[in-house]
Ligand binder design. Structure first.
Ligand code: MN
Length: 263
């Protein structure tokens, strides 16, 4: 437990996530919690509970549930600094956890029983009551003994006056939203999507560079089609250069795709 792992994974010159320090704080009955909706490579919900000056953290792929029959996989991840509880924003591309982060719920919680939350976690089972806007009432988090993955836990809602059998999780951001692309990456991305799929919109701007990258086969093809056009057009000498570029672009848009299809 501690923030070493957290700090090791991040470059604080680039990300706006808090650098953080472990806070010494008198143990209070009510501790803070935050749940962040995190659109990283895969959408997940980061479930963080204050414990001994840091936020103990679990990544919950499907998000928490108020339905007692839902058992949510919760992968324990590195402790986060307390300041992370108010973080939301964009973790830049190329950095650990790149993507949008939004606070989904926050509030306080209290552990049930005599043992401290940290002691309960060490034993592999935490029983607690949440006082959030979305999450309320008793929850249990326990380590899955059957799993080979030692960080695999389950998060379940305990039936009480707050539990809801028809509950459905509401996201803050639409599914699949990612961080904004930094400049400079744009052309590379367009290039990749241009090749991999039948992207219609992105071709226009990249045709020139893609032609130069595809190597001799493509180049020959383009030269051939250009020659053909020249021959058939006859009087095309007077044509403005721009329209010719467009024609080439159209050609190169269809040709490689047809080739891919027949392979
Ligand atoms: Mn996360």
């Amino acid at each position: 437990m501690g923030l070493r792992e957290y700090k090791r994974k991040r470059n604080f010159n680039v990300t706006t996530e808090p650098k953080g320090s472990e806070k010494k704080r008198a143990r209070s009955a009510r501790l803070r919690f935050v749940i962040q909706e995190h659109h990283a490579t895969r959408l997940h919900f980061d479930f963080r509970l204050e414990m001994e000056g840091v936020l103990r953290s679990w990544a919950v792929p499907k998000g928490p549930s108020m339905n007692p029959s839902d058992k949510r996989l919760a992968m324990m991840v590195e402790d986060h600094p307390m300041e992370y509880g108010s973080f939301q924003g964009t973790i830049p591309e190329g950095n650990y956890g790149a993507g949008e982060v939004r606070i989904w719920d926050k509030g306080t919680y209290e552990a049930l029983g005599d043992a401290s939350p940290e002691a309960q976690v060490r034993k592999g089972k935490l029983e607690f009551v949440m006082h959030g806007k979305k999450l309320k009432g008793e929850f249990h988090l326990f380590r899955m003994r059957s799993s080979k993955e030692e960080n695999a836990w389950l998060l379940i809602k305990i039936r009480d006056k707050y539990s809801d059998d028809d509950w459905e999780l509401e996201q803050i951001l639409p599914y699949g939203s990612r961080s904004e692309k930094p400049e400079g990456l744009t052309s590379k991305r367009v290039w990749i999507s241009n090749r991999a799929q039948t992207s219609k919109s992105s071709t226009k701007t990249t045709t020139k560079s893609s032609a130069s990258k595809t190597g001799s086969a493509r180049a020959k093809l383009l030269a051939k089609s250009a020659a053909k056009r020249k021959a058939s057009a006859g009087s095309s000498v007077g044509r403005p250069k721009t329209s010719r570029t467009t024609a080439t672009a159209k050609k190169s848009k269809t040709k490689p795709r047809a080739k891919t299809g027949s392979r």
